[in-house]
Design a protein around this ligand. Structure first.
Ligand SMILES: [Zn+2]
Length: 391
């Protein structure tokens, strides 16, 4: 088996290969370079690599790399893309890994190219010749923009395993739940006209006022109905993010748009929430004589929940000596769970540094993360699969 480059060298090569994903097309890039680096290193360690272009974006790829075979098995998962960067706000080149003050700086250092380098380095040191259950490294595309990579995996149904760890930056705390995210737009169409006579038009702002009152009532209802003490903000939230409409005080506003997000707790269905909101709109249309449309700005991300009793959660709590907790950001976790893989989020680096200028991973995160990965491989790949509770 060939020797891999050093951990730091792998990390700097991954960071030097730009793979920004963004809903703004001027920023959006292929992740091909990162996928090819990972494929080369993983193949050299005996992994069978499968590169799958996304059906919707043929220049972006998921990679499934498998070592060993059999049922059960452990997935170590990460996304290959990064967010865009603020030019001029970085103290160093975002694409060149730089070590300063016990920290490794670079775009994707903690979110989350560094994780792959740590996984590869750990795997090489373990010399895994005789796995009882497969070890799978999963590298996805487009997590930061549309989660199209994870969605494609669910559709293809080709990923099979019992457990998964997603190495998003959680400062090494095991995470078993997060809220869902929906981003929606409501458009109200009335009729513009001269303001001197209200009968010359139909005011979209007046109708939007009714829509917002209705949404605020619904929000209050949700807050009373749903609580989950595992979250700091322990109720579902709805935020009005922006509103656009009209042009002049002396013109009846003909059109108005409101954008809002909705963050549901585990156990709530995004589809059911959408249906509830849609149901409330026709009566406002009727009362105001306007046309009201509800559309999603982005495909929704479901809430994520893995029971605290799951073996992967228990194993990670023991390995980190920390209780499983929740986070306020979304991950690919719900999609892996949809494939029947019990998933947890746990990774090196802090979310406080992710999506920021001068993103870094502190050096002291590396060794404890390697210990977690080693412990999980020993527990879930080097031991035979137990068939308890599966009858
Ligand atoms: Zn991330």
């Amino acid at each position: 088996m060939t020797t891999l480059p050093s951990l730091i060298s792998m990390m700097s090569q991954l960071i030097a290969s730009p793979s920004i994903s963004c809903s703004q097309l001027s920023w959006d890039q292929s992740n091909k370079g990162v996928i090819e680096l990972l494929e080369g290193w993983l193949s050299s360690q005996g992994f069978q690599c499968e590169i799958m272009p996304l059906p919707s974006q043929p220049n972006k790829f998921n990679l499934i790399a498998t070592l060993g075979s059999g049922d059960g098995g452990l997935v170590l998962s990460g996304h290959t893309d990064t967010v865009p960067y603020d030019e001029g706000r970085w103290q160093s080149d975002p694409f060149s890994l730089e070590e300063r003050n016990q920290k490794l700086y670079g775009l994707g250092s903690c979110d989350m190219k560094g994780f792959f380098a740590i996984v590869l380095d750990t795997v090489q040191k373990m010399q895994l010749y005789n796995l009882k259950q497969p070890l799978i490294v999963l590298a996805t595309a487009d997590e930061e923009s549309s989660m199209a990579g994870a969605r494609a995996l669910v559709e293809q149904g080709s990923l099979k395993a019992r457990y998964a760890l997603i190495g998003e930056p959680t400062s090494l705390t095991p995470i078993h739940a997060h809220k869902g995210i929906m981003m929606e737009r409501i458009q109200v169409t009335g009729q513009a006209g001269h303001s001197s006579n209200p009968a010359l038009g139909n005011n979209a702002l007046d109708a939007m006022h009714a829509v917002m009152s209705e949404l605020m009532m619904f929000r209050q209802q949700l807050k009373h109905q749903y609580r989950d003490a595992n979250f700091i903000i322990d109720y579902p939230t709805m935020n009005f993010g922006c509103i656009h409409g009209g042009d002049n005080p002396n013109r009846i506003c003909g059109r108005c748009e409101l954008e809002f997000d909705l963050r549901a707790l585990p156990g709530m269905s995004n589809q059911a929430l959408m249906a509830e909101i849609s149901q409330r709109l026709p009566s406002i249309e009727e009362k105001t004589g306007t046309k009201i449309q509800l559309n999603s700005l982005f495909p929704d991300v479901p809430s994520f929940y893995t029971p605290i009793e799951s073996d992967i959660i228990k194993a990670c709590e023991a390995l980190t000596n920390r209780q499983a907790s929740t986070v306020a950001f979304a991950t690919e976790g719900p999609f892996l769970n949809q494939m029947g893989i019990e998933t947890l989020i746990l990774g090196p680096g802090s979310i406080d540094q992710a999506h920021q200028p001068n993103e870094f991973m502190a050096l002291d995160q590396i060794q404890p993360m390697q210990q977690v990965i080693r412990g999980l491989i020993e527990r879930f790949c080097l031991q035979p699969h137990e068939h308890k509770n599966e009858e």
